[in-house]
Design a binder for this molecule. Structure first.
Ligand SMILES: [Zn+2]
Length: 424
């Protein structure tokens, strides 16, 4: 019996050690499964004689275990794994590290028998793309491996531009934006005459192309103050120039302006076999006679889908101008549950949703303010289920549009429908 008593304190300490050795091998820094943000999941082996307190600090050593650096604290933990939330922590910023403290407390009934234990450990964030030798216009991704489960995190203009790098552009990788990105003061090539942004992915006449083939989740954030001024040689322009087999979602492009390209979109110049969802743009697009195709969201769609998107802003001087899409090319293309309040000025053929449609298409649940659904195209009829509204106040009635998902959209009197992902 005496022998057993002397062994027990060591067992509590052992349990504490187990928690940390498990962390070293199995803890995963990951998106919070219960809400926004990030955190760390720590598997451990609970000891029934102890309960545990886990604390997560921002910092690189025990000296940083200060109240102001405490990110999360969970007391009385008895079950594994425990998830510690890293509130306000952005793992895409290099040089920040975390510190985990695990304390095992003694059961009051066993005072004098067991010894409390405590261990601390630095948490090393895994991942990052590891690209080196980059120009000053790019920055590597510091977190993620490009998989759907563990996307590369994007938080700076330089990281956003890094999508254009050959190691990422056509690899079918996944990306997640962690904050709003303001391009004011940034220049992607050092030549302000081009504007500040080099579109991600491109096509150049006649046949040269480098499509972005990845999957980009804006996570309800914006890209602000984008501008570009390209030549006709660069055929497609937008935040993304040309995408293929790609998805873009939950992303807003605000306060942007674009000039002179062929296929211009606020978000995407040309999309092929791709899906754009839960995005919006508020940009000024100035085309020209040599800029025949402009859409507030996308210049051209080829066999692609756009849903739950909206656009504001203005397009001026274009041949085909669409409130959402310049031209719906070879289909099948689908545009559903979208609206446009874009002003269309000086276009040869301007449509509230599309400038020109040809090929097979589905448009359903689309709302716009001025002009026809599309300006030119086969059939010349408006499919049922699409509505030109008479005035802005019709958009702001707060009444849900029939068939629209109120889990995706918020309808509120006095406001046009808002995407909930941007309201968090
Ligand atoms: Zn890289």
């Amino acid at each position: 019996m005496k022998k057993l008593r002397t062994a027990l304190p060591a067992m509590v300490l052992l349990a504490c050690a187990l928690a940390l050795s498990a962390n070293a091998q199995g803890a995963a820094f990951e998106r919070n499964p219960n809400g926004a943000g990030w955190g760390i999941s720590v598997p451990f082996s609970p000891d029934s004689r102890a309960d545990y307190t886990f604390e997560l600090y921002l910092g690189s050593s025990t000296a940083d275990a200060l109240p102001e650096n405490l990110l999360d604290r969970k007391e009385g933990v008895t079950a594994s794994p425990v998830f510690l939330e890293a509130y306000g922590f952005d793992p895409s910023i290099p040089g920040t590290v975390l510190w985990l403290r695990v304390s095992a407390s003694v059961d009051p009934r066993r005072q004098g028998l067991d010894t409390p234990g405590m261990r601390e450990q630095k948490i090393t964030l895994p991942g990052g793309c590891g690209c080196t030798g980059l120009s000053t216009y790019e920055q590597p991704f510091y977190y993620g491996d490009g998989t759907e489960k563990n996307p590369f995190l994007v938080s700076t203009p330089q990281q956003l531009q890094h999508l254009n790098n050959g190691r990422h552009l056509q690899q079918g990788q996944y990306f997640l934006q962690t904050c709003d990105i303001d391009l004011r003061g940034y220049d992607s090539d050092g030549d302000p005459a081009n504007g500040n942004w080099r579109p991600i992915g491109y096509t150049v006449y006649p046949y040269d192309s480098g499509y972005f083939t990845g999957h980009y989740d804006g996570n309800g954030h914006l890209v602000k103050n984008m501008s570009f001024h390209l030549t006709l040689e660069e055929n497609t322009a937008g935040l993304f120039g040309a995408i293929q087999n790609s998805t873009v979602k939950n992303l807003g492009v605000a306060s942007g302006e674009t000039l002179s390209a062929s296929d211009i979109g606020g978000l995407v110049g040309a999309a092929t076999n791709s899906k754009i969802s839960c995005c919006y743009t508020d940009v000024e697009i100035s085309g020209s006679i040599t800029a025949p195709i402009c859409g507030s969201m996308a210049g051209s769609l080829f066999s692609s889908t756009m849903e739950n998107c909206y656009s504001l802003g203005e397009i001026s001087l274009s041949q085909y101008a669409g409130g959402l899409v310049g031209v719906l090319w070879d289909g099948p293309n689908t545009v559903r549950c979208c609206y446009s309040l874009s002003a269309l000025q000086g276009a040869t053929a301007a449509g509230g949703i599309a400038g020109l449609q040809r090929g097979s298409y589905t448009m359903d649940g689309c709302y716009w303010l001025a002009g026809p659904l599309y300006a030119e195209g086969s059939g010349g009829v408006t499919p049922s289920g699409n509505y030109r509204l008479a005035s802005l106040s019709d958009f702001e009635s707060g009444e849900p549009f029939p068939g629209w998902d109120t889990g995706v959209w918020q309808f509120e009197a006095g406001k046009a429908p808002q995407l909930r992902v941007f309201l968090r």
